[in-house]
Design a protein around this ligand. Structure first.
Ligand code: HEC
Length: 174
C-alpha cells in the first residue's frame, strides 16, 4: 500500500521511501481503511508496524522526560544522565512527522491515541511538530552546556512543546 506522509522534510521522505510507490494522488485512504476494517480486513502489516513503533518512541520520550525531572528533583542531579535524555528527545524531534502516515489513525481499529485531526488538520499538526523539533533542539543545547540552573529553567518550555501537541492531537486515555 502507498503511504502518504502528512508532510516531511526530504530526509523524512527518504525514511519511508521504501514503503512508497510513485504515482498519482492516493485515494482517501482513511475512508478506505475504515471500510476495510468494517469489512473485517486486517490492518496492513506496514501500518501496524508504524503504529507500534510510534507508540514505543513516545514511551521512550515519556521516560526521558520523567528521567530529566527525576534528576532535577534529586539531591545530586547527574548532568550526564540529563544530557543523555535530552539528546534522545532531540533526536526524535525531526522524526515525528514520519510516524503518522495516512491510514494510521483511529479508523484502523488498532488501539491508538492519535486523533483523526492529525490528518484533518495536517497543517496545524505539522506546525506543532516543527515547534517541538525546534524546542527540543534548544533544550538539548542547554543540556549539553551542563549548566544545571539553565537546564532547570528550560524544562517548562520543553514540556509545553509536548502538551501543545497533545492538547489538540492526542486523545484522552481510556
Ligand atoms: C507533534 C505532536 C506531538 C508531540 C510534539 C509530542 N507528542 Fe506525545 N503523543 C502524540 C500523539 C498523537 C500520541 C498518541 C500516539 C498513538 O497512540 O498512536 C502521543 C503519545 C505519547 C505517549 C504515549 C502515551 C500513551 O498512552 O499512548 C507519551 C508517553 C508521550 N506522547 C509523551 C510525549 C512527550 C514527553 C513529548 C515531549 C518531549 C511528546 N510526547 C511530544 C503527539 C505528540
Amino acid at each position: 500500500m502507498r503511504l502518504l506522509l502528512v508532510l516531511g522534510s526530504a530526509a523524512s521522505l527518504v525514511a519511508v521511501a521504501a514503503c512508497n510507490s510513485a504515482g498519482e494522488a492516493p485515494p482517501d485512504q482513511q475512508a478506505e481503511a475504515a471500510r476495510n476494517v468494517a469489512a473485517g480486513e486486517a490492518v496492513p502489516d506496514d501500518i501496524a508496524a508504524v503504529m507500534k513503533a510510534r507508540h514505543e518512541h513516545y514511551e521512550e520520550m515519556g521516560k526521558a522526560m520523567k528521567g530529566i525531572g527525576d534528576q532535577l528533583k534529586s539531591g545530586s542531579p547527574s548532568v550526564e544522565t540529563i544530557q543523555g535524555h535530552a539528546a534522545l528527545i532531540a533526536g526524535f524531534g525531526p522524526q515525528i512527522l514520519t510516524w503518522f502516515p495516512e491510514g494510521s489513525g483511529p479508523e484502523t481499529g488498532v488501539e491508538t491515541r492519535a486523533k483523526a485531526e492529525i490528518w484533518q488538520d495536517a497543517a496545524t499538526f505539522r506546525e506543532r511538530a516543527q515547534a517541538f523539533e525546534a524546542e527540543s533542539a534548544r533544550f538539548n543545547q542547554t543540556a549539553q552546556s551542563g549548566d544545571l540552573e539553565a537546564i532547570r529553567a528550560a524544562v517548562p518550555a520543553l514540556g509545553k512543546a509536548c502538551s501543545n501537541c497533545h492538547d489538540l492531537f492526542r486523545a484522552p486515555e481510556d
